[in-house]
Design a protein around this ligand. Structure first.
Ligand SMILES: *Cc1c(COP(=O)(O)O)cnc(C)c1O
Length: 237
C-alpha cells in the first residue's frame, strides 16, 4: 500500500470516529480532496485509493489536469475565487462550484452551462468575518442571493460554504462554524433541497464536523504541503 493510500484510509477512519464522537450519522460527512498545486499523479493515486471528489482553485491548472485524467470518472469542485472572465471554463468543466458570492457570476454560470450537462451544483460562499476584503457574502445578504440562485434553471443550489479566519482553539473554531450552521438551517426552511454545508479544512475539520459539516475540504492533511504557485503553474502548462 502506498503512503498516500495509507494516509487516505487513516483520514477516512478519522472522519468516521468524529461522526461517532459528535453524534453525527454514519457517512454523513463527505471528503473533498483539495488537489490544487498537487500533481496529476497524486490525484490518480488518490482516485485509486477510492476518492472521487477533487477540489481546485485555479481554472487553467484544473483544465490541464482534467485533460490528463480523462480516463478517470471524477467529480470536480471549483472552490477558489471566481473572476467573471473564468465562468465559461468553470461552467463547462466542473460539477460543483463552492464559491458563488455575487449575482453576476451566478448569472454567467447559468447562461454558460452547456445544455447536455446536468445543472451545476452550487454553494454560496459566506464571509463570516467583518472584514470587507475577504470573499463571500455577509450573513444578512445570503438569503437574497439564495433566492436569486433558486430561479436559475442551470444551477442547483446545494448549500453554503465558508472559510473562517484561522483560529487555534476548538471552541473558537466551533463558534464560527456554528454561525454558518444556524444560517444553513434557517435557509433550509425556504430552500428545502439544500443539503450541503461545505466547511472544515485541514486545521479545523473536527470543529466543522462537530457543528454539522457535510463536506470537508482537505488538502494539506492528505497530500502534504503544496508547491509554491509559480512553479506549479509552469508544471501544469
Ligand atoms: C486550499 C483550500 C482548502 C484546503 O486547505 P488545507 O488547509 O490544505 O486543507 C480548502 N478550501 C479552500 C477554499 C481552499 O482554497
Amino acid at each position: 500500500m502506498s503512503e498516500l493510500t495509507f494516509r487516505i484510509n487513516q483520514f477516512q477512519q478519522k472522519i468516521r470516529q468524529l461522526e461517532v464522537r459528535y453524534a453525527r450519522e454514519l457517512d454523513s460527512v463527505q471528503l473533498l480532496a483539495v488537489s490544487k498545486r498537487h500533481s496529476t499523479e497524486t490525484i490518480r493515486q488518490a482516485a485509486n485509493a477510492g476518492l472521487e471528489h477533487f477540489g481546485e482553485n485555479y481554472l487553467q491548472e484544473a483544465l490541464d489536469k482534467m485533460n490528463v485524467l480523462t480516463d478517470l470518472s471524477l467529480q470536480w469542485h471549483f472552490i477558489g475565487p471566481i473572476q467573471s472572465n473564468k465562468t465559461r471554463g468553470i461552467a463547462e468543466h466542473f460539477d460543483w462550484v463552492h464559491s458563488i458570492d455575487r449575482k453576476k457570476v451566478a448569472q454567467r454560470l447559468d447562461q454558460q452551462r452547456p445544455q447536455g450537462l446536468p445543472p451545476l451544483n452550487v454553494c454560496v460562499q459566506i464571509n463570516l468575518s467583518e472584514e470587507s476584503s475577504k470573499s463571500g457574502v455577509h450573513l444578512p445578504e445570503a438569503a437574497v442571493l439564495c433566492q436569486y440562485l433558486q430561479a436559475l434553471p442551470n444551477l442547483r443550489l446545494r448549500g453554503l460554504m465558508a472559510i473562517p479566519e484561522p483560529l487555534s482553539r476548538l471552541c473558537d473554531q466551533r463558534e464560527s462554524f456554528n454561525q454558518l450552521a444556524r444560517l444553513f438551517q434557517q435557509l433550509q426552511q425556504t430552500h428545502t433541497d439544500m443539503d450541503t454545508l461545505s466547511m472544515g479544512m485541514s486545521n479545523d475539520f473536527e470543529a466543522a464536523i462537530a457543528e454539522g459539516s457535510t463536506l470537508i475540504r482537505i488538502g494539506t492533511a492528505l497530500f502534504g504541503l503544496r508547491e509554491p504557485a509559480s512553479t506549479s503553474v509552469q508544471n501544469h502548462r
